[in-house]
Design a protein around this ligand. Sequence first.
Ligand code: SF4
Length: 318
Amino acid sequence: MTDLPAAGPDLACFDVDEQIRRLKRERNAVLLAHYYQESEIQEVADFVGDSLELARAAQRTKADVIVFAGVHFMAETAKILNPDRVVVVPDMEAGCSLADGCPAEAFRAWRIERPEAVAISYINCSAAVKAESDLICTSSNAAKIVQSVPADREILFAPDRHLGRYLNKTLGRKMTLWAGSCVVHEAFSLQKLLALKTRHPQAKIIAHPECEEELLERADFIGSTAGLIKYAERDPGTEYIVVTESGILHEMRKRMPAKVFIAAPPDTDCACSLCPYMRKNTPEKVFLALRDLAPRLDMPEELRRRAQKPIDRMLELS
Ligand code: SF4
């Protein structure tokens, strides 16, 4: 059974947020949501964060059920860290262009060609790729993880070439990069960004390192989603052009109501940038996932164990 109540008088008084709260109590469930989720999901979540914060929250939870409102690889990470808990996702189709662009077999073949190299994978990859990696990183801890590898060791970095190139440049490394990218961060338009900056000359440009180099070169600050929020909180400025998925603006405006946050425009007609994968999740699907405890994320134990090792190394190092 996966439908909402039938249309009619009952549906008119159906309060999705209230039903989610009720089911969370009844199921002893925790709802983890990424900053890129729509604001209604963020408001009803128990914890909102970026990939690293969510991985830590998943590790700490005592709940019987984890509802993961994010994308598939994030829910996999929650399952890897919590084999005995039920992990459900609002929409199993919520993937990621980075994870999809790095199939495990191709990644394995890449590694085999360079057996001496250390393989660092950005957390935006499948459990199967994690299982083939030596270390995992997020955009919050990537510099620390890369620097933990001796300077004379060759490093393979997958799957985001923009983050990899940014790390090579800032850390002076020569990592070999997988040619993946994020469809959202690659879609920002430099021309529109500069036009926006002309209209808001006082605004600081703050950008995620998954963006293309020409945009990062214009940024006043580059950081992970959590890093961008922390920067804006500490910074004395009052206006920011935010170059990442625009779901983050909800948390920024909530924490800093006196500041102005403007979504950087993509190279399309719309004014903000939304991840098509993240946006597959809706409050109604969160409700259904809690009610039916499905779709459920499971994986073979042998794969889970192998994928856990590089994640544990990351959590120890960060
Ligand atoms: S914003 Fe980009 S990296 Fe994040 S889930 Fe969407 S496609 Fe993947």
